[in-house]
Design a protein around this ligand. Structure first.
Ligand SMILES: [Zn+2]
Length: 663
């Protein structure tokens, strides 16, 4: 659980002209590997550039100073492995969604090829706030929903690929090959040929299949040149980092590293296994770069952002300093953009991440959906690109609100003994003894909720623990119907103002979104139930997020923020939940939704209420000193656990038994 934090203050804007700096980050712990700085420094920014880094820069020399004491200040993070060309492939994400993770530069890893790069550039790269660079797929038409198209050797043209790279030398930083599943080495050979002509690195995502003739695990390394990048290093079905009998890092991996071959994490939904990462870290085989392989399958449940991936490695023994180096200087060097990027040197581009290293107990999930319970978590507090603050978690840059937070008393739930229901039904999942708030049924109290497949099958005072295949102790949490958000712009594919539904709904307890403009493509790509309808009946007390691509960054617009704001206005919790379940269901004419009902789809949210001092940015873009915050801990959509921040439904990896994704 997050500790309550004290609110911070912003020095008032100075009045006189002549201050040389636009912004001063004051009192932070600077980690700037390029300049060997690892200590408390002030960082001054002017004209979008780093102006000065020094021990004590007076606040009088700047228009704006922000207190970042007890936080880390680093160069903006660089993610070498992402997938953001939305039209190229369904499993891609909105690029600017990386900004809340301190990431200021991302590299799209081969979604586009030379034939469709121009469209990628025009529709995504030129319009994003984050800096997007790209590795061009060796396949001319790039990645596709039909992965077999990456087997099309006839569409691999090294000359055309290299020619496109030379046309856009400031964006195209190399070549990618992935998903090749035919016998032989055609994909690797063509990609390296393109890299040789363009004089750029190649990133390889190359599976070893014993039936494809590519079963010599070191042969791919022999073809790789110094500077080429092997990604997904911590899985166990590609180059096999470890000897599976001795657990030792293979000698040819050490040799390849010595020769200059680079190893990228490429976390994704299949690239990060706890036992492989732990063995490698303990033997000193650290990754060169911390790419995330960011796509919809890795960002929600697995939370595979750069800071979260660094956190995972830190909980396996890597230092924070090693993590920052591998997310700044190393990737910048790998793509030939150092020291233009990844330094806080005077005169450098002011891309900056302000990070918090939280201590407590946290759950982290790997690609096999197994958990590591750890004690350190790195989180982003502020993100600056070209000196502009694009993400500001605690509202340090916004004015304080004059409103005072007040809380209604929270509902009380007694613990009572109940007679268990008898019978011979086996349940897939039982949420035990949650504090249920189900306004549609006027059901308030502790209940057990049983789910089979995708449906709620039983809601009772007490169900036998032994009848559940999996039981989750929900007794510390509030359990509600999945929330319904009736004011959200989710047209993220065709419009630049829409947000991608899953990332902005599932972690906030939302299982249904209504947007009258939602297209079929958006609906198809979302696990969240997206309804192309608007509010038909005006209802009082409706709570919605109002989210769009602008305010999810600027204000962290979300349903839990909207709920938290109401809670701090003194609205009772039960009424807050009603405004996000029953009332929106009525407003869109879907009264079958927003309630917990036996026989209905299992759309359920679980929340905790954290009390303490929090900063919330309100609808008027003011910073409210809040007394409580609603945080979603688990979301179940159509019977599947799709968000589980404490890993309540997940086994610890050391107790999880046989552990391999080898195929
Ligand atoms: Zn990838």
């Amino acid at each position: 659980m997050r500790r309550a934090r004290t609110l911070l203050f912003v020095w008032p804007a100075a009045l006189a002209l002549g201050q040389p700096y636009d912004l001063l980050l004051k009192g932070g712990h600077v980690i700037d590997p390029a300049n060997n700085i690892d200590g408390i420094r002030d960082v001054a920014i002017a004209g979008g550039k780093i102006a000065r880094v020094a021990a004590d820069i007076p606040a009088s020399e700047t228009r704006r100073a922000v207190d970042v004491q007890r936080l880390y200040v680093t160069p903006g993070l660089i993610d070498l492995h992402t997938h953001v060309y939305l039209k190229g492939r369904a499993s891609t994400v909105v690029a600017d969604d990386v900004l809340p993770h301190g990431t200021t530069t991302i590299v799209d890893a081969g979604v586009s090829g030379w034939k469709n790069f121009d469209d990628f550039k025009a529709t995504i790269i030129d319009r994003a706030q984050v800096r997007i660079l790209a590795l061009l797929n060796i396949v001319g038409s790039g990645m596709n929903d039909d992965q077999s198209k990456e087997n099309n050797v006839a569409d691999m043209d090294p000359r055309a690929t290299a020619a496109k790279i030379s046309q856009y030398p400031s964006i195209l930083v190399g070549v990618k090959t992935a998903h090749f599943s035919l016998p032989g080495w055609a994909a690797v050979e063509h990609a390296i040929e393109a890299g040789r002509i363009a004089n750029k690195p190649v990133m390889l995502d190359s599976s070893i299949y014993s039936n494809s003739g590519r079963n010599t695990r070191d042969k791919v390394l022999k073809q790789m040149r110094p500077g080429d990048i092997h990604t997904h290093m911590f899985n166990d079905h590609q180059l096999e980092l470890l000897n599976r009998f001795t657990g030792k890092v293979q000698p040819w991996m050490w040799e390849a590293r010595k020769r200059g071959v680079l190893f990228d994490v490429g976390h994704g939904a299949g690239g990060f296994l706890w036992p492989v990462a732990q063995a490698a870290i303990s033997q000193g085989f650290l990754p060169d770069t911390i790419g995330t392989d960011l796509h919809p399958g890795s960002i929600v449940m697995l939370q595979a952002s750069v800071p979260n991936t660094i956190s995972k490695l830190m909980n396996l023994g890597m230092s924070l300093q090693d993590g920052i180096l591998r997310a700044t200087v190393n990737p910048a060097k790998a793509i030939g953009r150092y020291p233009e990027l990844a330094t806080l040197s005077a005169g450098a581009i002011a891309d900056v991440a302000v990070l918090e290293l939280d201590s407590g107990v946290f759950s982290f999930i790997d690609s096999m959906k197994k958990k590591l319970t750890g004690t350190k978590k790195l989180e982003c507090v502020m993100t600056l690109r070209d000196g502009k603050v694009l993400f500001d978690r605690d509202g340090r840059m916004v004015q304080a609100s004059s409103d005072t937070a007040r809380l209604a008393p929270l509902p009380t739930y007694s613990r009572e003994e109940s007679r268990a229901e008898e019978g011979s039904t086996i349940y897939d999942l039982v949420l035990k003894q949650g504090r249920v708030i189900d306004p549609g049924n006027k059901r308030y109290g502790r209940y057990d909720i049983a789910i089979n497949r995708n449906k709620i099958v039983k809601i009772a005072k007490w169900l036998p623990l032994a009848h559940a295949r999996l039981a989750v102790d929900a007794s510390e949490y509030y359990v509600t119907p999945g929330l319904i958000d009736v004011n959200a712009n989710v047209n993220f594919i065709d419009s630049t103002s829409g947000v991608q539904p899953d990332q902005h709904s599932l972690p906030y307890g939302v299982t249904t979104l209504a947007d009258p403009k939602a297209t079929q493509a958006v609906i198809r790509r979302s696990r969240t139930q997206v309804l192309p309808v608007g509010v038909q009946t005006r209802i009082n007390g409706l709570i919605s997020s109002g989210m769009n691509r602008q305010n999810v960054l600027a204000e962290q617009a979300s349903m839990t923020r909207a709920l938290s704001l109401r809670l701090n206005e003194g609205v009772p919790l039960t009424e807050v939940v009603e405004g996000a379940t029953v009332r929106p269901a009525r407003a869109i004419g879907r009264e079958d939704l927003g309630v917990l009902r036996e026989g209905a789809a299992a759309d359920i949210a679980m929340f905790e209420i954290q009390q303490g001092d929090f900063a919330l940015v309100d609808q008027n873009h003011r910073r409210l000193s809040a007394k409580a915050k609603i945080v979603c801990v688990m979301t179940i959509r159509n019977g599947d656990v799709v968000w589980d921040v404490h890993g309540l439904s997940i086994r610890e990896w050391t107790q999880a038994g046989r552990y391999t994704s080898y195929r």
